[in-house]
Design a binder for this molecule. Sequence first.
Ligand code: UD1
Length: 443
Amino acid sequence: MKIWGGVRLEGEVWLPPAKNSVLPILAASLLCDGPVRLRQTPRLTDVENSLALLRAAGMRTAWEGEDLLLAPGRAGKSALPDGPVRAMRSSVFYLAPMLHRMGEVRMTMPGGCRLGPRPIDIHLEGLACMGAAAEWKGEQLTLSAPRGLYGAEFSLRLPSVGATETLMMAAVKAKGITVLRGAAREPEVVDLARFLMAAGAHICGAGTSTIWIQGRERLSGAAFRPVTDRIVAATVLAAAAATGGSVTLRRCVPEHLEPVVEVLTRGGCRIRREGPAALTLAAPARLAGAGWVTAGAYPAFPTDAAPVLAAAFLTAEGPSYFEDTVFEHRFGCAAGFSALGGRAKVRGRLLELAPAERLQGAAVSAADLRGGAALAVAALQAQGESTIAQAGYIRRGYGDLAALLRSLGARAEWEGKTERENEGKRRTKPEKYFSEAGGISLP
Ligand code: UD1
């Protein structure tokens, strides 16, 4: 991605559905006996990889405009293809639905961003409590439950988002009642529960640390619009704040953004709610330092937003400290920050930022998805041209981030695309980017 920095961003953005909600819901469609319509599904590479897994498992999939339609088809294979499994962490979501559908699942270790060790022991321990047996041959996992899954009481040793979602998917069609203690409380966990309940599941307590689930033999299909993406929201706010700009977020859930809003307010931004689903931000010409920010499990500051917010504070007047308690290597973007002239230092899980007067465009490389978006936010403040290599990471979670930034007035484009593909270089209508059309149901 190429970015020419120094432009003040201004405008409004209609937020898309959350990647972290869409991906588990796609896997959960395997549990449904009827058709599923996912409204306004963003076109992300992780979504394309999920569709490859669903098709291998025997689902029929089709796009209808912005909606994704999924329906049970022929009997699929219990072995999932290595390519898409290795491309994303979210392939772990297929374990429980495949056990229900086929009684067995075989896959290699899920891939995803390298943020430090990402074991799947909690997923497997919970599934074992519910009757699944795991067998490893090197990196190849075979999980089977020939007699089906049954309800169990299980305490998660830490509030893993993915493991909570795996065990919810296992429990909705297990025999009997499941109680999950120490569950994750993220809005995307609640959203998966809302989807499953729309398909007929009995779930109580999602969004708290104890979830009760009464298993059912069958789930129907459902039409559903996932909750909006709070990390895309944080990225847009960070981009506007980094350039002294102003932005209105539409179709957002302000409650989900509270810790992000608090940090930006500390930096001197004026942020106002405009009704139930909109937020406006007006940034000062130069931010004050963020002080100390600790990212953790919801409702704490979101780990995924830490690199993008940090990027906005590179040229702040005071120091900022971003600590991540979830992942060991969250700040792979620090090398890129330094290459752009930022004064960034990583000590263990802590990113320290000393004030830099100005940033200068440079060639940098994305190390992971959110780190890549963080480099884009940094490049927006830099004088001159920046090139972000490995920007494919960004497409895993943002679709077309260059088009999104252009809709706010930025100069950003994908290298190697034709003039026509990058058209609307100056300003595209926001509605054209995330269309407002089609059965939106606000959460
Ligand atoms: C999800 C999000 C990701 C976000 C993360 C934390 C999706 C698709 N991804 O990832 O964007 O950064 O939540 O909010 O929703 N852990 C174990 N054993 C396990 C599972 C997790 O030790 O079996 C550890 C992980 O290594 C990590 C911590 O728990 O240190 C949190 O991970 P988890 O909440 O599971 O994150 P993901 O579901 O992978």
